[in-house]
Design a protein around this ligand. Structure first.
Ligand SMILES: *Cc1c(COP(=O)(O)O)cnc(C)c1O
Length: 402
C-alpha cells in the first residue's frame, strides 16, 4: 500500500460539494497542507517552492507559506501576488527562463535575488538588470513518461549548462545552482533517474571549471493521484518509488559534488490537484446520430475546457453523480457547455458510463481538478463565467467566494 494516499474524496470536500447549490470550485486547504507536510517527510531537508501557476489563490499561498514553503514565480505579477499573500521574499525565486529586461528589473526591484536561466542572452540581461543575482541553470529533459513532457521550450544540454554558468560567473552573477523539470504528471521513477544522471554530469564538469553551485532544484512533475487517462483508466503513479529514486538521487549528487548541496523542489499539481473539486451541473444528456449514422450519448456539463477543466483533452476527471448511485448507465462523451468542439473528452476513446436518468440541473462533482483550474480559466468564453471558489472545512463554515 502506498504511504501516500489522497486520491479519494475527503470528507470535508464531499460535505462542501454536497452543500453547494450553485456551481463552484472547492478547495480543501487542510488537504493541501497535508500533502505538503507528507512531501516534506518523504524528502527530508528539501525546500518546497510551490509552482504558483498551479493554483494562484492567495489563501493557498498563505497556507503553504505558514508551513514553511515558498514559491516558484514566473512573472513580476506572480511575485507581487506571493508577497501580498505573505510569502517571504527570500523564499521566492524567479523560475521562468523566459523574461524581458523589464520583467527582470521589476522582479529585482521587488526583492527577487534568485533567477532561473538557460541561455547566455538571458544571463547578459540578468547581469544588467539584476546585478549580482544568484542564477541556476535549467538542464533540458526529454519528458518521456510524463503526461505533459516539457522538452523543447526550456533548458539546455549538460555541456551548455556549464557554459551558461561560466558566463554568469564572468558577468558578476553568482552561479548558484542547477534545475530540471522531468515533465508534468511524470509517471515514472526512470525519468528522475535520468535527470539525476544529467545533473551529475554537469556537477562534475562544473567542478573541473572550478564552479561550485550550492543547490539543485528538482523542479515540478510530481504527480496527482486521482486522474484517469483519456480512456478512463486510473493513472496510478508509483509515488513511493518516485520518492525513493529522488532520495537516492540526492545522495548520489551530494557524493559527486563532494560538499554541502541544498535541494529545492517545485511541485505544482501534486500539492493541489487532488484537493480541489468542482460542483457543476448537467446541462443535458442527449442521444444523437453523427454523420456516419452511429448513435452516441453526449453528456454536456455546465463547465468544461474554458472554465475549470482545460486539461480535459489529456485526462479524464472522476465524476460523481449524487443521487444516481444505482440505476442503468449509458456510455457517453462528456463535454463542456461552449460552442467549441475541443470542449470535450476525446469522443473516440473516452466514453464514460453515466446514469441514464440524468436530468438537466442535476449536480455533478468533478474530482481532482484543483490544479491549473484557475490559471486556465477564460474570462467568459461564450458567456460562461469563471467559477467562484470556496473552501471545504473552514472553521467558520462560510467559505470565501473568490
Ligand atoms: C509549471 C512548473 C512547475 C510545476 O509543474 P508541475 O508539473 O505542476 O509540478 C515547476 N517548475 C517550473 C519551472 C514550472 O514552470
Amino acid at each position: 500500500m502506498s504511504a501516500v494516499t489522497g486520491a479519494d474524496l475527503s470528507e470535508p470536500l464531499a460535505a462542501a460539494l454536497a452543500a453547494a447549490t450553485d456551481d463552484r470550485l472547492v478547495y480543501d486547504l487542510a488537504g493541501i497542507e497535508d500533502r505538503h507536510d507528507t512531501l516534506r517527510r518523504e524528502l527530508p531537508g528539501v525546500q518546497v517552492r510551490f509552482a504558483m501557476k498551479a493554483c494562484p489563490v492567495d489563501e493557498v499561498l498563505a497556507a503553504l507559506a505558514r508551513r514553511g514553503a515558498g514559491v516558484d514565480a514566473a512573472s513580476p505579477g506572480e511575485v507581487e501576488q506571493a508577497l501580498r499573500a505573505g510569502v517571504p521574499v527570500g523564499r521566492a525565486h524567479y523560475g521562468n527562463t523566459v523574461k524581458s529586461d523589464r520583467d527582470i528589473a521589476d522582479a529585482y526591484r521587488l526583492g527577487i535575488r534568485t533567477f532561473a536561466t538557460d541561455s547566455v542572452q538571458d544571463v547578459a540581461a540578468l547581469a544588467v538588470h539584476a546585478p549580482g543575482a544568484r542564477v541556476f541553470c535549467r538542464v533540458a529533459t526529454g519528458g518521456a513518461g510524463a503526461v505533459w513532457g516539457l522538452s523543447n521550450k526550456f533548458g539546455c544540454p549538460p555541456a551548455d549548462a556549464v557554459r551558461v554558468l561560466a558566463a554568469a560567473r564572468d558577468a558578476g552573477l553568482v552561479p548558484a545552482g542547477l534545475s530540471v523539470h522531468v515533465g508534468s504528471q511524470q509517471m515514472t521513477g526512470e525519468a528522475w533517474h535520468g535527470a539525476v544522471e544529467d545533473l551529475g554530469e554537469v556537477l562534475r564538469a562544473l567542478g573541473r571549471r572550478g564552479i561550485r553551485v550550492d543547490h539543485v532544484n528538482l523542479g515540478g512533475g510530481l504527480p496527482a493521484l486521482g486522474y484517469r487517462d483519456r480512456r478512463g483508466n486510473p493513472l496510478d503513479p508509483p509515488l513511493d518509488k518516485i520518492f525513493a529514486v529522488i532520495r537516492e538521487g540526492m545522495d548520489e549528487l551530494r557524493r559527486i559534488h563532494g560538499g554541502p548541496l541544498e535541494f529545492v523542489i517545485e511541485p505544482g499539481r501534486h500539492l493541489v490537484a487532488d484537493h480541489g473539486a468542482i460542483r457543476a451541473h448537467v446541462a443535458r444528456l442527449t442521444e444523437r446520430r453523427t454523420a456516419d449514422g452511429t448513435s452516441q450519448h453526449w453528456l454536456y456539463l455546465s463547465c468544461g475546457k474554458f472554465n475549470g477543466l482545460y486539461e480535459m483533452d489529456a485526462l479524464q476527471y472522476r465524476l460523481v453523480f449524487p443521487g444516481h448511485t444505482d440505476g442503468p448507465r449509458v456510455p457517453a462523451v462528456v463535454a463542456g457547455p461552449t460552442c467549441d468542439s475541443d470542449d470535450a473528452y476525446s469522443h473516440e476513446e473516452g466514453l464514460v458510463p453515466v446514469p441514464k436518468a440524468l436530468a438537466s440541473g442535476d449536480p455533478v462533482w468533478v474530482l481532482s481538478c484543483g490544479a491549473y483550474a484557475t490559471s486556465y480559466t477564460t474570462r467568459g468564453f461564450n458567456g460562461f463565467a469563471p467559477l467562484p471558489y470556496t473552501w471545504a472545512g473552514r472553521p467558520d463554515g462560510t467559505g470565501a467566494d473568490g
